[in-house]
Design a protein around this ligand. Structure first.
Ligand code: ARG
Ligand code: ZN
Length: 853
């Protein structure tokens, strides 16, 4: 039932072509008669023609639907079935459209529309999945109320909104809030719930449920607490209350993304909601808390106010990521959250912005919108909001947000609407700021400094390299947070936000009797690359003394990077001064353990490859890997005497609690264990593995052992212990690959694909293995080309089942032009092989074509 291959060039959609739909949808009533291979969907939709519509054509989207019958105002009609939907002649007065279609959820391996996961019915409609459920104007600017009746034998049958009648074999739901079809959801199956209640600020009592497969009900408590915290936080910080009688969350094993904010019925990848100390790591707990918050926050930023079209995706995603980051910072540690987010931004968004897939946060064209659920739309979209808030200040930000909610509630909006509320509340002209939405590429910011005995001057130059389709970049508004320190590490000028608007611009600080040490781009106040020629001594000073925790970490990161680069390009030994600075920082008990863990965790090998590339050197993945190994080994030896004591001192006693404090300590403890295992032959790690009563400790011990090739027994034991737990097995699959030696990584991944528990159809399992290979820098880019070949082979196989996940994973190839001719040649062969595959999906076709160009 998959779409045929694009015989001609696939259609491209453009922002500039936007036209409203010619009809309003007043109401939607749906009846589902569930059957795994032959579900019937009956629709009854009230259409009202729009006065003077620019496009009066009655076109309904529909894909992979078998049309059984269609009627208008009760009379049979014969619509014309065309590519991607149907057309029909309709009255010029309001009318009722009815149709019956048949669909096959059991055959739906794309996991888009209505599909089956472990015998349970579920849906994923964002972005354009509803058209696989029934004929409908499947576009986000068409909003309507929905009444749904589900007929089936499943004990639990859920849809959006509030529950209506139910009885033997049926359940009805009514969603009073007008919504676009992408927020539609249906779930039916044998599910059990973890129930709770919440009273909103205005006293409304809300029933909360997390629905899971029998056996998983013990893994819901943490998610439920996260949900209630999110509900309270959104009331307190943004003044937003929940608006239905029920809020349901369902965990699904087979899911393409993390989770989905369907109105009143959030559907989650089970990996993003199920949590228990025995099966989940600290990182899992933190991520689950953040994703539950993210989906809940969408109720206002996404659902009550949605997007006019998919080009505006970052309107809801950037804002909601920004909100969930604020939430995590409030629940946990603000600097730690900021540092982690910047690490993630540099690892995922910067390569996208600097390569063939670069696109603006608001793209202007696409072939397959699912290919634009990217780090640029989400994470850079959130950075742009952070900059807005920094520029206008907190008070003006929340005033603008109040106006946004007030003015646009119930509407489908654009970035222009969003910027206008800032213009209207602050009187600022947002025209130049808007370039952050329309331009791709990461600006580079060069800084020069001057001191004349009294005045300190910082001169910045900004420039952005060309990106696909955008050769010339105008200067952007860049908020640069700066503080000045004296030699004693005291702030002589506290954090000030400089507002850069020109290509080159100077800022002066008067009345300074000594030359200050500048701390620039504090809190990472803008998503740019700061280029600053500075001495290692000054970086070491900032690592020890900067009063801005982000920049303190940043100074250490720069030292770490430079130490690696010197090792690789000059054959230098690991920098002694840096090793010493690192050692004293790790021992500093006055510092937050989570922060120390971050300082201790090395830059990724991919980041080093990028840094080499930017310095004009072709990165050699093997040399980068060796430098990383040598560095860690040298650090472990330099710290040898204190490691056992540090390990003992950072061990968390008592029962496991997944809070920020414990997680921070365990992160530091595990980084120390990593070093310790390099000198004690794995003794401490083996003991930790034996004694572990939670997954965080068990997994970190196993990782340390596998890294030094001592973990075979533990790995086998781990398998026996957890083989029936899908989520834990994903960790096991992934770890085999990420801890493999570079030359073995592709072989290990290949044999795991032949493992009895490998399942191509489960995106989590596929990602566990192939995602780990793509993330193993030296393994994926091994000179043999085996990594490239295996990924291509598996992507070709997956594309026939699940285009969305295939296309997303093609991004592993996006950095290919960094490497030498030989590697580039090998990648090109694989990309061309994928592209030549018969019946290749539109999704993968678009991704590979862009990467090749
Ligand atoms: N809106 C969801 C979220 O960010 C993501 C859903 C994306 N799904 C997709 N098929 N592209 O929470
Ligand atoms: Zn989202």
């Amino acid at each position: 039932m998959k779409d045929a291959s694009p015989a001609t060039a696939p259609e491209t959609f453009y922002l500039k072509d936007y036209k409203p739909f010619g009809f309003e949808v007043e109401s939607v009533e749906l009846i589902f008669r569930l059957a795994p291979e032959a579900t019937r969907v009956l629709s009854k939709i009230r259409f009202v023609p729009r006065e003077g519509a620019a496009d009066p054509r009655f076109f309904l989207h529909g894909e992979e639907l078998e049309l059984i019958s269609a009627q208008i105002d009760g009379e049979p009609v014969a619509p014309r079935l065309i590519d991607g939907g149907l057309e029909c002649d309709v009255p010029s007065e309001p009318f009722t459209w009815e149709s019956e279609v048949q669909i096959n959820p059991a055959a739906n391996t794309a996991l888009e529309g209505l599909y089956m996961s472990n015998g349970m019915y579920c849906t994923q409609c964002e972005a354009e999945g509803f058209r696989k459920i029934t004929f409908y104007p499947d576009r986000p600017d068409v909003m309507s109320t929905f009444k749904v009746r589900i007929e089936g034998t499943e004990p639990v049958m859920l849809s959006n909104g509030n529950p209506g009648d139910s009885g033997a074999g049926f359940a009805e739901w009514h969603d009073p809030w007008p919504k676009p079809a992408y927020l539609f959801a249906l779930v039916a199956g044998e599910l059990v719930n973890h129930p709770d209640r919440f009273t909103t600020a205005s006293g409304k009592d809300v029933e909360l449920n997390i629905w899971v497969r029998p056996g998983d009900e013990t893994k819901c408590a943490f998610g439920m607490e996260a949900l209630k915290k999110s509900m309270t936080w959104d009331e307190e910080v943004y003044g937003r209350e929940y608006d239905l009688d029920v809020f349901n969350i369902v965990a699904v094993d087979d899911f393409n993304m993390g989770a989905m904010e369907n109105k009143g019925l959030n559907i989650f990848n089970s990996s993003c909601v199920l949590a228990s100390p025995e099966t989940s790591t600290d990182m899992n707990f933190e991520r689950i808390e953040a994703i539950i918050a993210h989906e809940y926050f969408h109720n206002w930023t996404g659902n009550r106010i949605t997007c006019r079209d998919w080009f505006q995706l970052c309107l809801k995603e950037g804002l909601t990521v920004y909100r969930d980051a604020q939430f995590t910072a409030d629940m946990r540690s603000e600097p730690v959250k900021r540092i982690s987010d910047v690490i993630d931004l540099r690892a995922r968004q910067f390569p996208e912005d600097g390569g063939p897939l670069a696109h603006p946060p608001r793209p202007e064209e696409f072939q397959e919108i699912n290919n634009f659920y990217t780090a640029t739309v989400y994470e850079k979209g959130a950075e742009v909001i952070g900059m807005l808030k920094r520029l206008v200040g907190d008070e003006a930000y929340y005033k603008a947000l109040d106006l946004y909610f007030d003015r646009h509630d119930g509407q489908a909006c654009t970035i222009e609407d969003w910027l206008e509320v800032f213009e209207d509340t602050t009187g600022r002209d947002m025209a130049q700021f808007k370039r952050w939405y329309s331009d791709a590429g990461t600006p580079r910011l060069k800084v020069a400094e001057e001191y004349d005995g009294e005045t300190f001057t910082l001169t910045f130059q900004q420039s952005t390299a060309p990106t696909p389709g955008q050769d010339i970049k105008e200067p952007r508004v860049i908020p640069i947070a700066v503080g000045l320190l004296n030699d004693a590490g005291e702030e002589v000028v506290p954090t000030t936000v400089l507002e850069m608007t020109e290509a080159e611009q100077s800022f002066t600080f008067e009345g300074l009797s000594e030359r200050p040490v500048p701390s620039i781009l504090r809190e990472f106040s803008a998503p740019v690359v700061l280029e600053r020629e500075t001495s290692a001594a000054e970086r070491t000073f900032l690592l020890a003394h900067d009063t801005d925790p982000f920049n303190r970490w940043e100074a250490g990161r720069a030292l770490a990077r430079e130490a690696r680069l010197a090792m690789i390009t000059e054959g230098a030994a690991p920098d002694a001064a840096y090793l010493e600075a690192l050692t004293s920082l790790v021992r500093d008990d006055a510092l937050d353990p989570a922060f120390r863990a971050l300082v201790l965790s090395p830059p990724s090998q991919s980041e080093i490859a990028q840094a080499l590339h930017e310095a004009g050197t072709t990165p050699d993945p093997a040399a980068i890997h060796d430098a990383a190994e040598t560095f860690s080994q040298t650090l472990a030896q330099a710290m040898a005497d204190s490691l056992p004591r540090l390990y003992a001192a950072t061990t968390v006693d008592g029962p496991y609690v997944p809070d920020a404090e414990g997680a921070g300590k365990r992160a530091l403890n595990s980084a120390i264990l990593g070093l310790l295992s390099r000198i004690d032959g794995g003794e401490a790690a083996a003991k930790q593995y034996e004694a572990a009563d939670n997954m965080t400790l068990q997994l970190s011990a196993l990782a340390c052992l596998l890294r030094i090739e001592k973990g075979a027994d533990q790995s086998a034991a781990f398998f026996e212990q957890w083989k029936d737990d899908r989520l834990v097995m994903d960790k096991w699959f992934g770890l085999q690959v990420s801890m493999a030696r570079p030359e073995a990584a592709a072989d290990v991944a290949r044999s795991l694909c032949d493992h009895a528990l490998f399942d191509m159809k489960n995106p989590n399992r596929f990602r566990a293995v192939m995602g780990a290979l793509a993330g193993h820098h030296a393994g994926f880019h091994h000179a043999s080309g085996a990594g490239y070949a295996l990924l291509a082979e598996k992507l070709i196989a997956l594309d026939a089942l699940n285009p969305q996940t295939t296309a997303r994973m093609c991004a592993a190839f996006q950095t290919w032009k960094r490497y030498d001719d030989d590697r580039q040649g090998k990648v090109r062969v694989e990309l061309e092989r994928i592209l030549a595959t018969e019946g290749l999906s539109r999704d993968t076709n678009e991704m590979v074509s862009r990467i090749l160009n």
